[in-house]
Write a protein that binds this ligand. Structure first.
Ligand code: PMP
Length: 392
């Protein structure tokens, strides 16, 4: 059919530049090892930090919910699509996060869009770290609020932005808790101190910290002992939690406000029973199986040290997200392809997701990996690194 030649031209340009991406389907369940193109490989690219995507307690909860409540809800939350289990889960989540209330959105992405677009007006300003996630950037684009971008984790730059914006009604400082491409943790104690000094609100996106940092995986705020001092915690239920969705943990008034004004919440159908039941069961897992988080960190330390001992540059990572810095886009993709031949699935990440010259193969170990998996992966990295002259 005619009409999309203008899009096809751009795709052809992307193919020429080498930036065109093919989706890579898994032929097995998500896990420490997966099947791709008929080959069993070690999975180092998922966000399934604790291996919960196939946790038996969560699968059982989901199966029972389908048997009792069906597969869908048939409505948005505000009309006929709120199940009692949605509310029960939100209550438990708030308790877990040590906040007054929690509200679940359809995804982490729509959570950021919904929160940012609804609570800020043209009388307000949002102050955002330059490396914040795309969903924060898009959420900011949806507001009429003023915008200031501060240099990545640079507190002098943040303070400058706070000083310059004292005439606004409200100021909101927003940061990722853990940055998704470099795996570094936001300097939250300093951010909180500055925000308190300048009377600004704070919002933290714990997509990569929920289930990973803090007591039982309560996140960055809890990790730094800052419970009660961060106004808005958002996060996803699709990474360490292993299911789907996003949440806001904050005050009852913010929750009530978002129920009335958060557009993705208002206008998109609520989560199916299986999703909510599995998320609810994940709280039991986090509280009763803390050894999963211990294993995640043990594996993280082992794998990071292994990469460094081989001579790889892992940047500024402090969490299970461990980039292997390569630099050149084409070499990064070649390295990822070679790793696949060696039995490891670790995706290359290049421009525009990261800056030009900062391409990397991003790895994420999980609690499900055995020492044997990680040892084999390190050997594959060594062989591929030597073959492409990344390692001497
Ligand atoms: N925030 C951050 C920091 C993320 O990394 C992601 C996931 N890519 C999201 C939000 C979006 O979460 P979800 O996948 O649940 O939409």
């Amino acid at each position: 059919m005619k009409g999309f030649e203008y899009l096809q031209n751009q795709l052809d340009d992307m193919k020429e530049e080498g930036t065109f991406r093919h989706l890579i389907p898994l032929e097995s369940a998500q896990g420490a090892r997966v099947t791709i193109k008929g080959k069993n490989v070690i999975q180092l690219s998922s966000n399934n930090y604790l291996g919960l995507t196939s946790h038996p307690r969560m699968k059982k909860a989901a199966e029972e919910a389908i048997a009792d409540y069906g597969v869908g809800t048939g409505s948005v939350r505000t009309i006929a699509g709120t199940l009692k289990m949605h509310e029960d889960y939100e209550e438990r989540l708030a308790e877990f996060k040590h906040t007054e209330a929690a509200l679940v959105f359809q995804s982490g992405f729509t959570t950021n869009q919904g929160v940012l677009s609804s609570i800020l007006t043209d009388q307000d300003v949002v102050i955002s770290d330059e490396l914040n996630h795309a969903s924060i950037i898009d959420g900011i684009r949806l507001t009429k609020a003023g915008r200031r971008i501060y240099k990545h984790v640079d507190m002098a730059s943040l303070e400058e932005a706070l000083k310059e914006t004292q005439n606004y009604r409200k100021r909101l400082v927003v940061t990722d808790g853990v940055f998704s491409m470099d795996g570094n943790i936001a300097p939250l104690p300093e951010i909180v101190e500055l925000a308190e000094k300048y009377d600004a609100l704070i919002m933290v996106d714990d997509a990569h910290a929920s289930g990973v940092l803090g007591e039982n995986g309560r996140g960055t705020v809890n990790h730094f002992g800052l419970d009660g001092r961060v106004h808005i915690q958002v996060g996803t239920l699709s990474k360490a939690i292993g299911v789907l969705g996003g949440y806001v943990a904050s005050t009852q008034s913010l929750k009530d406000y978002l129920i009335h004004k958060g557009r993705p919440f208002l206008f998109s159908t609520s989560h199916p029973p299986a999703v909510t039941a599995a998320c609810n069961a994940s709280l039991d897992v986090l509280l009763e199986e803390p050894e999963l988080i211990d294993k995640l960190w043990e594996n993280t330390k082992f794998f990071k040290k292994g990469l460094q001992d081989l001579g790889f540059d892992i940047g500024i990572s402090e969490t299970p997200i461990t980039p292997v810095m390569i630099g050149d886009d084409a070499l990064t993709h070649k390295f990822s392809d070679q790793l696949f031949k060696e039995g490891v699935f670790a995706q290359g990440i290049a421009f525009p997701t990261v800056q030009k010259g900062k391409a990397r193969v991003r790895t994420i170990v999980t609690a499900e990996h055995s020492k044997q998996d990680l040892q084999e992966a390190l050997e594959a990295f060594e062989r591929a690194g030597k073959q492409l002259n990344i390692l001497k």
